[in-house]
Write a protein that binds this ligand. Structure first.
Ligand SMILES: [Zn+2]
Length: 417
């Protein structure tokens, strides 16, 4: 671990600027929460964000990679630039919370906290712009659409989010079912990538099977693949906390996890019978290959017994989201001067159940992201992602704003060293 360069008085100033803007950020979050927009349709969200950033004097570029926004806080073009990425889109989930700021759009909801992320991004822009010429470099803010479709990052990169200038590093965060006030990170694999396949069944030659026969076999294949799973997504708060505990210890099994997914898309009219999708998430690409071998063995056995044959088509790969360990080790120690030790969780294993298209940025420049605890268990807010009663303790907006402001500031100081 390197010693942090950020000074105590800078940390105090970041705390103060965060506290000053907190009420405004909560209002922004609630406004975005009331007006959620699905991936690819983030027009109002983008407009609200852009207006806030223009008020702060940032150079704002809209419609980047869809409705994405690239905004530059420029201190001196000769100095290095560090980047922050937050996502903006909502999910096709109907909110059941009875809160004054509940979604006004039936069937659409910020159930993954991207409203919180957007508010935090605006908060960091506010805090760091207060430093004026004292800021030791420039900051690029990347507000990214279409994260849930995992298309947004690639589109924004293609549209120049990482050029003119190329940032020295990029940071990000995601809310998590941890108590608000906590921050959890790793200095390696943070979220697994996955491989996606499309499987198609047909009868063996000279065998007569109906389309619904093929569907029965496909369902059997799906069940057989799902039974390979050793790990299930923890469904209760208690089980979830136990899981975070395992991630902090050097749990061998969790460092070598594989998550199998398989499903038939019955609602898709384009689907032909006997087709199903397969997803494999695992801690390494080699483990994903081993998992594929295991799946093939199961499919072979079922096809032999049912006089069918299968064809697998590789439909895509999502890269692993790996935190850059040099970046983490040079910047995260700065958080120790701003937070209590019990707020900072160093994870030794990745969270196996989610993935993140933040991974695409880290293919070009060093990157790191962390989990932002968002739960308020006393008031029944568990921050379980993608659930219809998802909600957060809004204090997490302040924690996220402070933490990211410190990390970006520290990254610029380390670069100048
Ligand atoms: Zn999300």
């Amino acid at each position: 671990m390197m010693p942090a360069l950020i000074e105590e008085q800078t940390i105090q100033a970041i705390h103060k600027h965060t506290a000053d803007v907190f009420t405004k950020l909560r209002t922004i979050r609630r406004d975005l929460h009331q007006h959620p927009e699905l991936s690819g349709g983030e027009t109002r969200t983008a407009h609200q964000i852009a207006e806030n950033l223009k008020h702060l004097g940032l150079v704002v570029r809209a419609n980047v990679g869809g409705y994405g926004i690239v905004a530059d806080l420029i201190t001196d073009p000769a100095l290095p630039t560090v980047a922050l990425r937050v996502d903006m889109d909502a999910l096709p989930i109907h909110e059941i919370n009875q809160v004054p700021y509940r979604s006004t759009i039936p069937g659409v909801m910020h159930a993954c906290g991207h409203d919180v992320h957007s508010a935090v991004g605006i908060g960091v822009a506010h805090v760091l712009s207060k430093f004026g010429r004292a800021l030791p470099g420039n900051v690029r803010f990347i507000f990214q659409p279409e994260e849930e479709q995992i298309t947004g990052a690639r589109r924004m990169i293609r549209d120049g989010a990482l050029t003119d200038p190329t940032p020295i590093a990029i940071f990000g965060l995601h809310v998590a079912p941890l108590p608000a006030g906590q921050i959890a990170w790793s200095d390696g694999l943070f979220l697994a990538g996955f491989d996606h396949y499309l499987a198609s069944l047909k009868p063996q030659s000279s065998v007569n099977l109906t389309l619904s026969d093929l569907d029965v076999v496909a369902k059997r294949c799906v069940r057989a693949i799902l039974r390979c799973n050793q790990w299930q997504l923890p469904e209760t708060w208690q089980a979830m906390q136990t899981f975070w505990g395992w991630m902090q210890t050097d749990s061998h099994e969790l460092r070598h996890f594989i998550i199998y997914d398989a499903s038939m898309n019955d609602e898709d009219p384009e689907m032909w019978h006997g087709q199903f999708g397969i997803g494999i998430k695992a801690a390494t690409p080699n483990l994903r290959l081993a998992a594929l071998g295991r799946i093939k063995a199961r499919l072979n056995a079922i096809c032999k017994a049912t006089l069918t044959q299968y064809h697998l088509e590789h439909a895509g790969t999502m890269p692993d989201m790996i935190n850059n360990s040099t970046l983490v080790r040079s910047t995260f120690p700065a958080l120790s001067s701003a937070f209590m030790p019990q707020q900072l969780l160093h994870l030794r294993a990745a969270f196996p159940f989610n993935c993140e298209d933040f991974a695409y940025y880290t293919k070009y420049i060093p990157g790191a992201m962390f989990w932002l605890g968002a739960a308020d268990t006393k008031n029944g807010k568990y921050a379980l992602l993608h659930t219809p009663d998802f909600d957060v303790d809004e204090e997490c907006i302040a924690t996220g704003t402070t933490a990211l402001s410190i990390l970006l500031y520290e990254a610029l100081l380390q670069e100048r060293k």
